[in-house]
Design a protein around this ligand. Structure first.
Ligand code: NAD
Length: 502
């Protein structure tokens, strides 16, 4: 049996229960049928139906918000050490079931197993990291003034909504849910309609780990129904959202009447700038990894290569050769580097840019083709002879598609890099330290790596500027979102109090 056949066999075992029972909403520790009936989840690998999924509506959201409200004081007031223990249990159970999570995620989203097995473990790491912060999460400061002892303390904001996208859905959900739970909040999770499978596993794992009923609730459904209702619900105090920039703007509008606190992690069209003095072999590896791994369906992907004219020809030639070698195939084959795109709608969007590139006058140096009609497979694609005004340079394609743009001077590179509505990440390749300092200072992005691909370190702030988002996650930044700062002043003596009407 090949490794692929063995993985398909294991996947089949894990899918049985989903085929039989579908996916219900999970509210207060109970399976609840969707008020709107069901919708079908399909696999991008062969377009087959995976299972029925509860079609959640405003009614289901209301039930889940009530459950999260009821559970809030129990969870908030649980001794931090006990809460920490439960979250560590979640991490351990994720590790135990990492293979199952990865197999299901690959089938649901089309992501290659080589990346999803790591993503599942990163989900465990998120729980472990934030579990270790639980004990200090409520700590504050003391700031003495002449008449008062001022102290601050932090308290969890209350029940929160978490709305997640379909790209690496398990890892991204844990990235939001773990700090929310560590802060003492209860959660209503609305996973992406295109990838409901692993959200179900997460809530099951959390309950098995000892999370009291109602602390984490999952309502499936669509953005304009369940998602909107979550943003509008008065009992939900904040929305942690990951998704497209245009949806981020809707999230803000929908939350206006209830004065919702929003944390928005949105789209990107991130530049990687390669100067002639850089280690070009390492730069090449990083450029390829950061756009063609995870099907290019990652917010931090470097989808714009801004390359110095003096090295452009040679760099693009090597790039083209490597891109043509990338293995597209079944996501469960360990050799596969790129699997199918997540949905028909997304496949149509990504492939539409092949014509747009031609119309713009760019060259399709690699790819630009689909592969088979069986699933949503495309060849990794490289556009050259592009400039920054073209749509292929300005719009988030969110697939394995790279646009290469030349520059001559450092100033020109910076202008091109910043001339974009987005500002999530930037990658700079140079061995000139002073230039790196100067350039990163002026580059408009929330996160920048120099001579490196994106290497996530959980204590550092994660988030974007401009249309890429508002707010930061990671370390204590996550707690600032999920908690309220409270100031309390204690008089230290008999200071003068103004006497009105005396
Ligand atoms: P999307 O915005 O279409 O959907 C994301 C989630 O929002 C889904 O659960 C969807 O049902 C929900 N939603 C849609 N409309 C809604 C509404 N009106 N109210 C409430 N919820 C609503 O995004 P997507 O296509 O699933 O994901 C891809 C996008 O996510 C890309 O733009 C990508 O860059 C972005 N992303 C950003 C980050 C980051 O950290 N900045 C990380 C991953 C993905």
């Amino acid at each position: 049996m090949t490794a692929l056949e063995a993985n398909i066999k294991k996947l089949d075992e894990h899918l049985k229960r989903f085929r039989q029972n579908g996916i219900a909403n999970r509210i207060a520790g109970q399976d609840v049928a969707g008020d709107g009936g069901v919708f079908q989840s399909t696999s991008p690998v062969d377009k087959s139906t995976i299972c029925d999924v509860a079609y959640g509506t405003a009614k289901d959201i209301d039930m889940a918000a009530m459950a999260a409200t009821d559970a809030f004081t129990t969870w908030r007031d649980m001794a931090p050490k006990e809460r920490r223990k439960i979250l560590i249990n979640v991490a351990e159970l994720i590790e135990e079931r990492a293979e199952e999570i990865a197999l299901l995620e690959c089938w649901d989203t089309g992501q290659a197993m080589r990346f999803m097995s790591k993503a599942a473990l990163r989900g465990a790491e998120n729980f472990r990291y934030f579990a270790d912060q639980v004990v200090q999460a409520r700590d504050g400061q003391h700031m003495k003034s002449p008449t008062l002892m001022n102290i601050t303390t932090r308290v969890p904001i209350g029940p929160v909504g978490v709305i997640t996208p379909w790209n690496t859905p398990f890892m991204l959900s844990t990235w939001k849910i773990a700090p929310a739970l560590a802060a003492g909040c209860t959660v209503v999770h609305k996973p992406a309609e295109a990838s409901p499978l692993t959200a179900r596993l997460l809530v099951e794992i959390a309950e098995e780990a000892g999370l009291p009923p109602g602390v984490l609730n999952t309502v499936n459904g669509f953005g304009e129904g369940a998602g909107k209702a979550l943003c509008e619900h008065p009992a939900i105090k904040a929305i942690a959202f990951v998704g497209e920039s245009s949806t981020g703007s809707l999230i803000t509008k929908q939350g206006a009447d209830t004065l919702k606190r929003n944390h928005l992690e949105l789209g990107g069209k991130n530049p990687v700038i390669v100067f002639e003095d850089s280690d070009l072999d390492r730069a090449l590896d990083a450029v390829i990894f950061m756009i063609y791994s995870i099907n290019g369906e990652r917010c931090t992907s470097s989808s714009r290569l801004i390359v110095q004219e003096t090295i452009r020809e040679e760099f693009e030639a090597k790039l083209t050769e490597r891109v043509n070698n990338i293995r597209v195939g079944h996501p469960l084959d360990p050799a596969t580097e790129i699997g199918p795109l997540v949905t028909e709608e997304h496949y149509n969007k990504v492939t539409s840019y092949f014509d747009i590139a031609r119309e713009d006058g760019a060259t399709i140096a690699a790819g630009g083709k689909t592969i088979s009609d069986e699933g949503y497979f495309v060849r990794p694609t490289l556009f050259t002879n592009a400039n920054n005004k073209m749509r292929i340079a300005q719009e988030e394609i969110f697939g394995p598609v790279l646009t290469s743009i030349p520059f001559s001077t450092e100033d020109e590179a910076l202008t091109i890099a910043n001339d974009i509505p987005y500002g999530l990440t930037g990658y700079v390749w140079t061995n000139d330290l002073t230039r790196a300092l100067r350039f990163t200072d002026r580059l408009e992005a929330g996160m920048i790596w120099v001579n490196s691909e994106n290497v996530r370190h959980l204590p550092t702030p994660f988030g974007g500027v401009k249309a890429s988002g508002i707010g930061r996650d990671g370390g204590d930044w996550s707690f600032e979102f999920y908690m309220e700062q409270k100031h309390i002043g204690f008089a230290t003596g008999q200071h003068t109090i103004a006497r009105l009407g005396a």
